[in-house]
Write a new protein. Sequence first.
Length: 278
Amino acid sequence: MSSQPATPSRRLTAPDITARKGLDPIVSLTSYHAHTAALADPHCDFLLVGDSLGMVMHGYETTVPVPLELMIMHGRAVVRGAKRALVVVDMPFGSYEESPSVAFRNAARVLKETDCGAVKLEGGRHMAETIRYLVDRGIPVMAHIGLTPQSINTLGGFKVQGRSDAQFAALEADARAVSDAGAFAVVLEAIPAELAGTITAAIPIPTIGIGASAACDGQILVMEDMLGLSPRVPKFVKKFGEIGNLISSAIEEYATEVKSRSFPAEAHTYARQLPPKK
Ligand code: KIV
């Protein structure tokens, strides 16, 4: 078992991710900009331009208001920044639920305008027909089940899913349905470890966990959450850095130096160019 991709010199594709089922864990993060994409690229198999960018970067309370144009703009930036990782772009709320053909039109726009390699959409059995329609027409789809943030208004909050017997069975059926429909991988968000293990064993495509335990075939986190930049994070997030504190103290020091006129120092200024001596 190797942790290196088979062909590191080319960009990974959706089939490459599917082929990792049962091998070493798939590593992924969200990314919304070119420079964080470039930093994550050597370490991640895929980068997700998640619609969480609406909350993380644009100050929305939920992902519901995020427009397609915003996803396309951030998707382009991430594709420019990452050279090796597959880039997956989220389809935002309202851009795919109406019908398979509406989903195709919008997903095709995402692929053509960002040059990403796949899209992600939320939903299980009720989205299976749409997933099949997109895949049959050349659009790789990552599914997302469990806690699906775009359904926050029907779920009633960001709550763990799949705890009751009925929900456990329903989510297992959702996972089978999206896999049968041709999804190349499925995100499992905020579900019990036992359910994640059951689903991972039951389907032939990789499961990507976020709050779904190490039983999954891979993991994803929102980059700003694991870096310590987000003011509030869910229980399932481990902070691998405290970048927020670093930023605050750097800005405080900058403000102090500006006020005391110790910045800019001579090293940060330009000298006049004198005419050559005659
Ligand atoms: O939008 C997002 O960031 C996501 C991940 C949490 C999987 O969908």
